[in-house]
Write a new protein. Structure first.
Length: 177
C-alpha cells in the first residue's frame, strides 16, 4: 500500500505517518482453519458424478446431432473400471471408437487458465492415442454445469503444461526376528 501511495498519489506524497505506524504495528496471524476431509471428498465426488452425467448427455446429443442415433445405445460406461484409463467408450462415427475421460475444469490458483488432475494410468492410456478425448466440464455462476469442451488428448498436451502433483514413496523395511 505504501508503494502505491508513493508511486501514484497525485501530490507525490506517501501515506500519512499515522497510517504507516498502524501498518507497521499490525500483526498478521496465520489462520489455520479446521478442515473436514470427509466433507471435501463427498463434495468432489458429487461434482465428479454431476460432470460425468452432464458429459454423457452431451455425448449422446453429439451423436444424435451427427445423425448417429443408433450409436447412442452403444456407449459403454467404464467409470467403475479405472484400469481402462477412461470413463466412456463411444464412437466418433460408425466403426471409429472414441475414448472419453470426463474432467471438471477448475480455475487455476494464482494463474490464468484452468486445470484438472490426471492419474498416471490415464496419462499412459491417453498418450499417443488419437481417439482419446478429454471432455472438460465447465460450471457457471450458479454452480451447475454449463458446457463441455471436447479436446483430443494429444492436442491438449501440445498446448498445456503437464507437471507432477503427487509422489509415491516406495521402500523396503528390513525386519529382524
Amino acid at each position: 500500500m505504501i508503494f502505491l501511495y508513493d508511486t501514484y498519489h497525485p501530490n507525490g506524497r506517501g501515506l500519512p505517518d499515522i497510517f504507516i505506524k498502524k501498518i507497521a504495528n499490525k500483526k498478521t496471524a496465520k489462520k489455520h482453519p479446521k478442515v473436514i476431509f470427509e466433507d471435501i471428498k463427498k463434495n468432489l465426488e458429487k461434482i465428479g458424478m454431476v460432470s460425468e452425467k452432464f458429459a454423457l448427455n452431451w455425448e449422446k446429443d453429439r451423436l444424435i446431432g451427427l445423425g448417429h442415433k443408433n450409436l447412442v445405445n452403444q456407449i459403454v460406461d467404464r467409470r467403475d473400471r479405472p484400469s481402462y484409463g477412461y470413463d466412456f467408450l463411444s464412437h466418433s462415427k460408425p466403426g471409429h471408437e472414441r475414448y472419453i475421460e470426463v474432467k471438471t475444469a477448475g480455475k487455476s490458483w494464482g494463474d490464468e487458465g484452468f486445470r484438472f488432475f490426471l492419474s498416471e494410468n490415464q496419462l499412459k492410456v491417453s498418450r499417443g492415442n488419437k481417439d482419446y478425448y478429454f471432455y472438460l466440464v465447465f460450471y457457471g455462476g450458479d454452480r451447475k454445469p454449463s458446457h463441455v469442451w471436447a479436446k483430443r488428448a494429444d492436442e491438449l498436451y501440445a498446448t498445456s503444461d503437464l507437471m507432477p502433483y503427487e509422489y509415491l514413496i516406495r521402500f523396503d523395511i528390513e525386519t529382524r526376528n
